[in-house]
Design a protein around this ligand. Structure first.
Ligand SMILES: [Zn+2]
Length: 220
């Protein structure tokens, strides 16, 4: 069966010429309510195919293990093949033609673009990651490694779960953390994943029987 992935783009990121990005939404035609392991495997295949349409087909895909921690991998050397970074929940790079990938299903994926250096970051921040201020750490790490000026950064939040579907408004906390770190250009679609399970996966709304969206970001 031919299954296509619906892809969402964010205007603030489309407006900059230094990067390509995408947010791959819920994929219809893959049943996640029965055999979740099999569904996630099929989802991975569809996600890989979607990278062709986004113009990242031959770019290595770098992902994080995503343990709800605050460690961020720094990639400052060319990379030849796909890799998952153990113990990490975020990635930053100044290398071109590498796709950073973060999976979410209620948590927030945060895209960070420094069009000046250029450099990018992609972070997974849910309840725990936000408590640990992982986005602040990512911005700090981009300052240290790539001399990024926080005032120049474009920050984009993905759809994520929000009140009243979730007791904590971590998206609002993420925005506060970005502002405190010196970012000024912050964009939030204000969309709740649990409000629209036709379009998004929601771990909470679907009681764990769900797939994952994929956030992708890479420097051209
Ligand atoms: Zn909601």
């Amino acid at each position: 069966m031919n299954v296509r992935a619906p892809v969402e783009f964010f205007p603030a990121l489309t407006a900059t010429s230094v990067c390509r990005h995408a947010f791959i939404e819920r994929v219809r035609g893959i049943d996640v309510s029965h055999d979740k392991t099999e569904a996630l495997k099929r989802l991975d295949v569809v996600h890989r195919e979607a990278r062709h349409e986004i113009g990242m087909a031959d770019w290595p895909l770098l992902t994080a293990q995503q343990i709800h921690g605050d460690k961020i991998a720094t990639v400052d050397q060319p990379v030849a093949r796909d890799k998952e970074f153990a113990g990490c929940d975020g990635l930053i790079t100044n290398q071109k033609r590498i796709a950073l990938g973060i999976h979410v299903a209620d948590c927030c994926a945060i895209y960070i673009v420094d069009p000046k250096m250029p450099a990018i970051g992609l972070v997974h921040s849910g309840k725990k990651g936000t408590e640990r201020a992982i986005v602040s750490k990512a911005i700090q790490q981009m300052r240290e490694h790539f001399r990024s000026d926080p005032a120049e950064l474009i920050v984009q939040l993905s759809p994520c779960i929000r009140p009243p579907h979730y007791e904590i408004d971590f998206a609002a906390k993420i925005i506060e953390q970005c502002r405190a770190a010196g970012a000024k250009n912050i964009h939030d679609p204000g969309v709740c994943t649990a409000c629209d399970t036709d379009r998004y996966y929601s771990y909470r709304a679907e009681k764990g029987k769900t797939g994952r969206m994929l956030a992708l970001l890479g420097l051209v």
